[in-house]
Design a protein around this ligand. Sequence first.
Ligand code: C2E
Ligand code: MG
Ligand code: MG
Length: 730
Amino acid sequence: MPLGFRKTSRAQKGVASEQQVASGSSAPERAEVLGEVEELGIGMFWATDAEDRLSFMSQRALADLGAIGDGLIGKPLTSVFFDIEAEAGAPTQRSLAFKLKARSKLDEQIVAVPDGRGSTRWWRLNGRPLLDSTGTFRGYRGSAVDISAQYAYETQVARQSQVDELTGLANRRKLGERLTAMLAAFRASQRSCALMMLDLDRFKQVNDTMGHPAGDELLKQVAQRLTTIVGNHGEVGRLGGDEFQVLLPDMDDRGTLGELANRIVQSVSQPYQINGRRAIIGTSIGIAIAPYDGVEADELTSAADMALYSAKETRGGTFCFFTSELRDAASKTALLGDRLRDAVDRGELKLAYQPLVDPRTNEVKCFEALLRWHDEDQGDISPAQFIPVAENDDLIIKIGEMALRQACIDALDWPDTVRVAVNVSAKQFVRPGYRKAVAAALRASGLSPQRLELEITESVFVGDLETVDAIFRDLKKLGVRLALDDFGTGYSSLGYLKHGHFDKIKIDQSFVRGCTENGDINPAIIAAIVALAKALGMETVAEGVEAMDELALVKERGADLVQGYIFSRPMTQDQVLAQFAEGSARFRPSGPPRHRSERITIFRKVGLIHEDHYYDVILRNLSKTGARITGLAGVPVGTDVVLDLGHGQLVVSKVVNASENSQGLRFETALISDGSGGFMTRHRISPYSLAEAGIPLAALGAGAFPLAKWREANKTIPKFVQLELSVPNA
Ligand code: C2E
Ligand code: MG
Ligand code: MG
């Protein structure tokens, strides 16, 4: 073993005392030994004075620092060596300044050292404070090893296990750890935390048609948009594939969360530029909030997942909050799929036809074919419910082609001037065989292509637009007409209207319904859509017109056609034929004179609290601002009550009108939309406060308010007469 090495190893451990180093060797000798040691690449040496200024640095160390090396002597040590950034995976250590001030030993302290050439090196420092014989501090003596290569590698490895390499966001592992730690910490301080689970709509299509590098680029851009929107409200991460997650501490206001989710949906569905090509995707979001929907990380994650699934089912491009009903719905959906398959095989799916009428002449111009399914046990099941289930697998292709064939055959029995419109699922539309199926249906029935209209929703405009364009051109060549359905609800990019594929725009019901209410901006939107359509040579249809005032408004704003209950509900083919047989192609409008504010008709048992007594009532209908209940008698107008809608939703209300056994309630605070057509309260009763009342901390259940406990604790005398309720299994 060379002499130099032995001496070095002692020197490297730190300089214990001046006497020790100095003993038995002269200054030039020492310098020579140090030089040898450095030459061998074993270490570099440095020293400070009593004021923590650099007083010595060995030759190689100075050389290592290039041009700035010479000027370093005399500078404070903390302006030569810098603390490393506290980065994911980096070892945590006390700051250099702290240690110097405390005169403590530097033990493997990793520091950043600017090398004077624009980049940074990493050194590992060891050092000891040097005391003279009187115990006075004289400065530090230390050694250093350049660990740049190793450090860069180690931090990269550490980062890789925490960071998603493609996007630089937190990865699944880090998110999981964060969520678990956050929930544990928040429980003690009774804080809440929301979890958003995102899944991109039609990302796979972009990946398949434009290639994986394009898919990667798209994910990066999505990550940027998400980070921008979420800002410092929370942490964005990528779970893998096209799944992202957002963790939002101290968030339990479902109104605020809904708005944020909406902004995310809007932003993600704006077009992307990828290597000069355009692509559009969408996103669905599921939201769960701790401790309401889950107390443990697993529970909360699965709640958010279920909400995401439900959002995707509804139609994609939306968000959905978790409710405990979703848990049951998930298993029901699986069953529905099996039943649907059987129903299709047995030919139980039928078509109904709803007229599209010219409001100026009341003459029918077209019928829209709408699927109807009557199940023996479950009764009528809405296409809004079973079409998404069919879209989960190839069943949609079978159902779609069946509807197409049947509609063409049925239309042949109508007057030549009346067209038929058939709905096309986006999944069916982008399948390679679709054009062929349309051609075959026309050929088999002998229907003229101009009489067939295909209704497509905006969701086809996600994915690779070039492919979609090609399908449109193919279909136009066949001579069929194309209608854009539910306009304004989906990805709402006007860009694709300019391509001129569409003959017709159907303005979505959500713009039409309630458009006559004071201060509503929808009339302006309807007028703008009509003007735009006219300019581009397209026909417009107002969907979902129910009341006379709505009819007057859409007519006045220039809609060419009207579809809605005001003219007719969907009819059977027999009813359509009977009407034509009478020689009439006209439909007379009939409906309520005015639109009633949005109310959901419900028949559900809920709770009502009045002066510490808990009653059972039946909810008959519900709007954002009020409800109608039955089940109690003798409740005077003006009574203050609290309605318990379940799932921890308590609504402070006042009785504003009352008949013998039915009351109208006005809510103190309006409900908010739940993102899928229902209403919910902004806040819920916190499981933390329930825990304080002695109920074990757990997520809220369906009958979240602890009914039994309440009743036990409050054996009060009722003020009102509880009538017998007849809601089975409610
Ligand atoms: P859509 O294509 O927008 O059809 C219009 C929906 O609005 C129909 O619901 C219709 O019954 C309803 N509607 C019409 N006028 C009014 C009104 O005045 N008030 C109200 N409240 N509703 C009105 P439906 O039949 O339940 O269909 C729901 C959706 O299911 C359709 O929406 C369509 O997207 C889908 N669908 C129906 N049939 C098919 C099909 O054969 N293939 C595919 N892919 N989807 C279909
Ligand atoms: Mg339609
Ligand atoms: Mg529609």
